[in-house]
Design a protein around this ligand. Sequence first.
Ligand SMILES: [Zn+2]
Length: 290
Amino acid sequence: MGPAIRREKLLLARALSATGVSAALLHAQTLLHPRGFVRVVNYHGTPPVSADAFARQMAFYADHFSPVTPGDLERFVRDRRWVAPRPGLIISFDDGLRSNFDVATPLLERFGFTGWFFVPVGFVDEPAERQAQYARDHMIQAGAAPADGRLAMSWSELRTLARGHVVGCHTRTHLRLAATVPPARLEDEIVTARRDLEARIERPVDSFCWVGGEEESYSAEAARVVRRAGYRYAFMTNNAPLAARTDPMQIQRTNIEADWPVDVVRFQLSGVMDALYAPKRARVNKLTAR
Ligand SMILES: [Zn+2]
């Protein structure tokens, strides 16, 4: 989001919050989904400077949503009924950034949420002193490097995270899986990268997350490889609740930035973004359907 769009959205979000419209729309979604639903949000970096704003977002989430563990998601997909008193909320983080371990994870745990961390395996494999260049070369918005240069989580940190949270595969090289990507490359980015991730974190990996989010970052070929690879869940970024009938290989997320005020978060989750994304979502879902 550019600064101008962001300012307009902020003003709109403030106005809708002040008049209670966002809160009403948030509540209305529970009426639209009588079998319950899970909302999925995604973050990128969570730098120390955004810690206070991120903590306020967590407090807002804790007031309106229930946490979702892998077991909760499995039951929801199996039974097609969400049983917690409030909608579920999956809080996910893309790109394996170190600030997610240092800043976001303690706050997630303070508010009782499970984090879902989607990792480009090659970024974590890269030596610390080369990670800034790797991030630039692979379109990873990593922010300013700390003194030791390490921008990604370490494998040891990811093994720690995997004990109480979820670590998923976000390709090997943070590659947008366009229709032009050759089959051998798809195999490495989706299948072999997952196997390497499982070996490094010493856990099975059930979740895949697409890279980029632009419409041309999805392809039917890549979708077939993701399904064949045996992932249980695949995450996209086209804004919709995960409802009883959602294909678990087409779980949509809503992007949130760690420094946004709660008014903007409430607006992002009000359902307005879902409506704006409906045409694109329909095209991508059709392209990547079984
Ligand atoms: Zn990414």
